[in-house]
Design a binder for this molecule. Structure first.
Ligand code: CU
Length: 467
């Protein structure tokens, strides 16, 4: 299938899908049957549906249970989630940029965090100078898809829903009346909502054996150090445009975690700390390895040993994710609010599927998190957790005045990357420090700096050299 034909197929397929589901004005001419006259309340509804050849979902807004007024006065906690839809240029590996589409100038979009039973009040605003309309389908909601209809440039739209089920749920742009949904999502318009269980998270049990071979159960408090890891692919032409033909053939051009290929690998600071030379790479692939890259330079994920760690993981992509941590075992896998597995090596996530992984890193070391599909690993689907002080840096960091006393993880000295740190929830351990890292526009990075998040690219040059 050549590229041009594929593109045509995309548009046709999505238009037909849009017509079937929504009967929008764009597709009205392609379907038979009359529209549903809601002003005539005397007409038998089933008769109306029969006459128009089936339920076309051309229903008025009144049918959608998204009345913010009623839900806002329901006595539940109301959490506002304000997003913009913006097309911007963002970097990709190799020094190029691509035509990104974003929620609020970042990929992934901001993480929403609520408690089960809260009302979410979602507002999507599209700036007047934006090139296209956008929508937002939040999988945490249980409301008619009609509600996600697109918002035009210069307009704002809103809906409310009760987050009834606990777990991780993606949200994503629904295109312009569904047209171009794939392009908008693969260009960056995706994110997650974390819905904490109403009664909080469970303690973590990890089985160990004693020297005599007896089982010993270790229990960890529900509070955990938390990270978000969102997998996706890019399908791009050499010029950085979305390539629908490549998408249809599942020929991705990159595998990304939180928007970046190889975003959680060492950078030049780590080279200096471990090799004494900014240019001596310590990992096989360090594409984001310069202080000038600012928020785009790679950062590592730091945890303590014997600490309860919780990962919120979503697969936004078209390819499966075989989630594995090299050298560790996933102590517990939860989907929705139900435990699916414990003490397992790898867990499979299909498209738009998620899980919560709870685990404890037993020994100091570097642990690679991967999509254990070799094509995904080699195209960017890998990052590193550093547990404890495996490189013996504590004395040197103290000598250099970076820290006052030895620390349980390098997060105390360097902070964890902001794009992997979710908002605090009911069982969150606060990160010792957070640094600005991620696929953010400069405006977003500047706002984060003003809010007190550490810009490492300003701090690192002031550090005294390590002998
Ligand atoms: Cu969009």
């Amino acid at each position: 299938m050549n590229k041009r034909y594929s593109m045509l197929f995309t548009i046709t397929a999505v238009a037909v899908m849009g017509a079937t589901l929504f009967g929008s004005t764009y597709t009205q001419t392609q379907i038979s049957g009359q529209s549903f006259d809601t002003s005539n309340s005397d007409v038998d509804m089933m008769d109306q549906i029969r006459q128009m050849g089936g339920l076309q979902l051309v229903m008025p807004q009144a049918f959608a249970e998204t009345d913010c007024g009623a839900l806002e006065s329901s006595g539940r906690t109301v959490v506002e989630f304000n997003l913009t839809g913006e097309s911007v240029q963002l970097p990709i590996m190799g020094g190029k940029t691509y035509n990104a589409m974003t929620f609020s100038g970042q990929v992934p979009g901001p993480t929403l965090r609520v408690t089960q039973g809260d009302v979410v009040k979602m507002t999507l605003s599209i700036p007047a100078d934006e090139v296209t309309g956008h929508g937002n389908d939040m999988h945490a909601s249980q409301i008619s898809a009609l509600t996600f209809d697109s918002v035009n440039p210069g307009e704002t739209s809103q809906y409310c829903y009760i987050a009834e089920s606990a777990g991780v749920f993606k949200y994503h742009c629904s295109g312009v009346h569904l047209v171009g949904m794939d392009q908008h999502v693969f260009s960056g318009m995706y994110g997650i909502a974390i819905v904490d269980p109403a009664n909080g998270y469970k303690k973590l049990m990890v089985e160990k054996t004693s020297g005599s071979g007896e089982l010993d159960r270790m229990y960890y408090d529900a509070d955990a150090l938390e990270f978000t890891l969102q997998f996706n692919q890019l399908y791009l032409t050499d010029e950085g445009f979305y390539d629908a033909g490549a998408m249809f053939q599942h020929h991705n051009t990159a595998t990304v975690i939180n928007g970046l290929q190889f975003g959680y690998v060492p950078n030049m600071l780590h080279n200096i700390l471990l090799k004494g030379d900014a240019d001596k790479n310590i990992f096989v692939a360090q594409p984001w390895n310069s202080i000038e890259l600012k928020q785009y330079q790679s950062q590592l994920l730091y945890v303590e040993n014997n600490q309860h760690v919780r990962l919120f993981i979503e697969n936004h992509g078209n390819e499966p994710v075989f989630f594995h941590i090299v050298g560790e075992i996933l102590d517990r896998v939860t989907q929705g609010n139900r435990v699916q597995s414990a003490a397992t090596e790898t867990w499979l996530l299909g498209g738009s599927q998620n899980m919560i992984v709870d685990l404890v890193f037993d020994e100091p070391g570097a642990y690679a998190l991967v999509n254990h599909d070799y094509a995904a690993i080699y195209t960017g689907g890998i990052g590193l957790f550093i547990a404890g002080d495996p490189f013996g840096l504590n004395p040197r960091l103290v000598d250099a005045g970076v820290i006052d006393a030895p620390v349980a993880s390098y997060a105390y000295a360097l902070g964890n990357p902001s794009d992997a740190v979710p908002p605090m929830g009911m069982n969150s351990i606060a990160h010792p420090a957070v640094n600005i890292h991620g696929l953010y526009t400069d405006d977003v990075a500047s706002e984060m700096k003003d809010a007190g998040v550490i810009p490492l690219w300003e701090v690192i040059p002031t550090l005294p050299p390590v002998p």
